[in-house]
Design a protein around this ligand. Structure first.
Ligand SMILES: *Cc1c(COP(=O)(O)O)cnc(C)c1O
Length: 367
């Protein structure tokens, strides 16, 4: 090996990025029954119609998918009352978030998000060579005034997870409108509505109207929290000029054939989505009540998960609770990287899983 020749080196800034760490999916050796409550998946599983559609496409996997995912865009458009030309589908909504960063950020630019926001924003901002600007939240909720105060002449994107993960809190739509109205028109507002299907609040909107009536707002959505995390299907609704720019740099076949067919079947299965949302509404309220009765503080969530805060004593810390629950097959999410060293995020699970966690926590807290 020649010592005097340097190795290939990543672009400046790439090695400063801390890689995303997904939720654990395994329990310690010896645990037979595992309840994965660490990735906000749907406890009801995929739509049976999506499973069937995926099976059918398996025999035709030699054929390239439609690079524009036209039929999937049309199915999404029909359900949500949108123009399919304003939709881009992606390999999970993560991909579209990355494409937005690559398209609109350059070195020297800034992009704003909130302190406990979904972590991929920071990764994609850094990957584009731009500066991540994290803004304080108020009571674990995005604060519109704080966001606006952080906007500078260099700001190019504001990312808002609404509702946010891992807090589960949301910004009422009047506040989102106030944020948009105060932003310069060349700042892109990205409304990440990954949990929109689960929100049951009259003052919440995912952002469809705002996208339709402005030139600097996009809304991103995902099928992952509705039972298709493994299929990797996300989508964006945005103005034509943004769709046009993204279409120039995305992978030409970024959504695979299985994802397209499963996605079409899933979004048309409204009954499955309604069942999933109804299950969540019931068990989210139940978990809140039971956890509160145990003396644990829970951040008020409108998503399909709860953020549980643990007491300050070492024996009953989040880390200790995580060990205790994992040993019994209940896999929750550590959220230290999100600024919550003493909390765990728990996805709403099946009736059995929910009861199991509460029973285990009862014994844990007495120990
Ligand atoms: C899960 C999640 C996503 C996207 O997930 P994909 O599986 O990539 O579609 C986006 N934003 C938030 C806030 C999420 O929690």
């Amino acid at each position: 090996m020649k010592q005097d020749q340097p190795r290939p080196t990543p672009r400046a800034g790439i090695m400063d990025i801390e890689a995303y760490v997904p939720g654990k999916s395994t329990a310690p050796a010896g645990v037979t029954k595992v309840y994965k409550l660490s990735s906000n998946e749907n406890p009801l599983g995929p739509s049976p119609k999506a499973i069937e559609a995926a099976r059918e496409v398996a025999a035709k996997l030699d054929v390239y998918p439609d690079g524009t995912a036209r039929r999937l865009r049309e199915a999404i458009a029909e359900v949500h009352g949108l123009n399919p030309a304003n939709i881009i589908c992606s390999n999970g909504s993560d991909e579209i978030l990355g494409l937005l960063a690559q398209t609109y950020l350059a070195p020297g630019d800034e992009a704003v998000f909130t302190e406990h926001a979904f972590m991929v924003y920071k990764i994609y901002i850094q990957a584009a060579g731009a500066k991540p600007v994290a803004v304080k939240e108020t009571d674990e909720r995005a604060d519109v005034d704080a966001i606006l105060a952080a906007v500078t002449p260099r700001t190019r994107i504001v990312f808002l997870a609404n509702p946010n993960n891992p807090t589960g809190t949301y910004v009422p739509f009047q506040e989102v409108r106030r944020l948009h109205a105060a932003l310069r028109k060349n700042v892109l507002l990205v409304l990440d509505a990954a949990y929109a299907e689960y929100v049951r609040r009259n003052d919440y909107e995912a952002g469809i109207e705002l996208v339709g009536s402005s030139e600097n707002v996009v809304m991103t959505r995902t099928f992952s929290k509705l039972g298709l995390g493994g299929a990797r299907i996300g989508w964006m609704y945005g103005p034509a000029h943004i769709v046009d720019a993204i279409n120039r740099i995305r992978g030409p076949f970024n959504v695979n054939a299985t994802a397209i067919e499963a996605g079409i079947a899933a979004i048309r299965d409204r009954a499955h989505i309604e069942r999933s949302a109804a299950h969540n509404e019931k068990w989210l309220a139940w978990l809140n009540e039971e956890l509160t009765k145990l003396g644990l503080r829970v951040t008020p969530s409108v998503g399909n998960f709860v953020l549980i805060h643990f007491p300050d004593d070492n024996r009953h810390s989040a880390a200790a609770a995580d060990d205790y629950l994992s040993a019994r097959g209940y896999i929750l999410r550590r959220v230290t990287g999100y600024g919550f060293p003493n909390a765990l995020r728990m996805s709403v699970g099946t009736e059995e899983a929910n009861h199991g966690v509460i029973d285990a926590l009862k014994t844990f807290l007495k120990s």
